[in-house]
Design a protein around this ligand. Structure first.
Ligand SMILES: CC(C)(COP(=O)(O)OP(=O)(O)OC[C@H]1O[C@@H](n2cnc3c(N)ncnc32)[C@H](O)[C@@H]1OP(=O)(O)O)[C@@H](O)C(=O)NCCC(=O)NCCS
Length: 157
């Protein structure tokens, strides 16, 4: 019996000029059509965006942001990590997080951090597989909607 070998993949950092590939990655992997890409999001030096490509097509995405702190330290937040379902368990998630850790070190930043749900088995397994973290804690996240109310909506409060 012959089995199909797993697809080989390339990890590629995106930069200015890669907006079309970034938009395709957002659409194909995250099912998102972010307006920010047209507005220069990728030109912001605090934005870091890496993709996993199979035969040139994006199947995995990780993006994050530089966070300058008042004490002069700089941290990297890995904000989003996703791999298309059909391409999971092939090492792409780990490769994308590893790329983030390597970039964080190469840029001389102090720390890379990421949030995930304690119940997210795949997310937790992926982050653990990158290597032992310097710390690991369970936090509670609070979020407030700060977008302006739609025109005509009754004011609350
Ligand atoms: C999390 C996610 C990105 C992992 O991507 P992936 O390409 O499948 O991960 P990898 O193949 O690189 O796996 C890395 C490690 O995690 C393990 N792992 C991955 N998915 C797992 C699962 N569902 N259950 C248990 N272990 C899992 C792998 O076995 C591997 O461990 P190993 O090195 O000990 O073999 C993917 O499952 C995903 O996109 N999930 C939805 C979005 C999400 O939850 N994002 C992360 C949280 S913010």
């Amino acid at each position: 019996m012959t089995s199909t070998p797993p697809p080989t993949f390339e990890v590629r950092w995106l930069a200015v000029g890669d907006e079309a590939l970034a938009a395709r990655a957002m659409h194909d992997v995250l099912d998102d059509e972010p307006r920010g890409l047209e507005d220069g999001w990728l030109t912001d030096p605090r934005v870091h965006f890496v993709v996993a490509l199979v035969e040139g097509a994006p199947v995995g995405v990780a993006y994050g942001h530089t966070l300058p702190l008042p004490d002069g330290r700089i941290e990297m937040l890995l904000y989003s990590l996703d791999v298309i379902e059909a391409y999971r368990r092939l090492g792409m998630g780990r490769a994308l997080v590893t790329a983030f850790l390597e970039r964080t070190r190469a840029l001389g930043f102090d720390e890379l951090w990421v949030l995930t749900d304690p119940d997210n088995e795949a997310g937790n397994a992926t982050y653990r597989s990158v290597g032992p973290p310097s710390s690991h804690e369970t936090s509670v996240m609070y979020t407030w909607d700060a977008s302006p109310p739609p025109p005509g909506a009754a004011a609350e409060g």
